[in-house]
Design a protein around this ligand. Structure first.
Ligand code: 6GU
Length: 257
């Protein structure tokens, strides 16, 4: 049974804490990179570490060089037509995806398998795409270099080309970490409580409301009175209004859609 269909039924019936481990398939994440060492420790903390320990997900970084067939293990080459920089070669990337995902054309990947090229030319990553990725069985992430990746990878191999925002990184590696983090925390059982994933930023198109903890007076900076009253309806109203005000101030674009 696909994980997508399980989300709905588990949530509706309130089965949140049972059945998950036996019924939910694990998510497998494979990262293809020329810098596998980059990922040595990043998935060893917090929610991602817990999710891995609970067998909700496996994450592996693979060295693209392992799929080169020439004696110099060349992963890149000069661009046809001239210009600066080197271009990641198609051949090792196709071979890596073939061996990790069982096919090397986007039409041939089974349902539940997404092969993603991380590049500044991709469509912008967002919470909705994170949700789709979290519902997959396997996610193969190909880290591009900023100079470029042979376009045949985007044309025929991958199911998605994704960017994490309008700025240029020197490679797709930091973007892969962002994508993996956003997807893993949405796996059923990855967060401490069911509500934390649904009440926060973006799940309702607004930014999260402001949070405060002790002390109530921090060098003259006060916690809003209403939060100290225990008046649940008032507090909920204050939070809605504060979230809206903050969204207007920091992300007016979210209110125009
Ligand atoms: Cl996915 N890659 C690179 N190189 N730069 C980016 C990016 C990805 N997303 C935003 N900038």
């Amino acid at each position: 049974m696909s994980r997508t269909s399980w989300f709905g039924s588990i949530r509706r019936k309130g089965f949140w804490n049972c059945e998950i481990n036996e019924s939910t398939e694990m998510l497998r994440v494979d990262i293809i990179t020329i810098f596998p060492g980059f990922f040595r420790e990043v998935f060893d903390y917090g929610i991602i570490r817990r999710a891995r320990a609970a067998k909700l997900v496996t994450v592996e970084a693979h060295d693209l060089r392992a799929w080169t067939s020439d004696k110099h293990h060349m992963v890149d080459d000069r661009p046809f037509g001239g210009g600066d920089g080197m271009v990641l070669k198609a051949e090792p990337i196709f071979a890596a995806v073939e061996s990790l995902a069982g096919a090397s054309r986007r039409e041939d990947f089974p349902e539940g398998r997404r092969v993603v090229l991380l590049s500044p030319q991709g469509r912008t990553f967002n919470q909705s795409l994170a949700t789709e990725f979290a519902a997959c069985q396997q996610l193969v992430l190909i880290c591009g270099r900023y100079e470029g990746v042979d376009e045949r990878v985007a044309e025929t191999l991958v199911t998605d080309e994704v960017s994490i925002g309008d700025y240029v990184l020197s490679g797709g590696e930091p973007a892969a970490i962002v994508v993996v983090d956003a997807a893993i925390r949405l796996l059923p059982g990855a967060l401490g409580s069911e509500t934390s994933a649904t009440t926060e930023s973006f799940s309702d198109g607004l930014l999260d409301y402001p949070h405060y903890t002790r002390p109530t007076d921090f060098g003259g900076l006060q916690v809003p009175e209403v939060l100290l009253t225990g008046h649940h309806a008032e507090i909920a109203r204050w939070r809605r209004e504060a979230a809206l005000a903050k969204t207007k101030r920091n992300r007016p674009d979210l209110l125009k859609g």
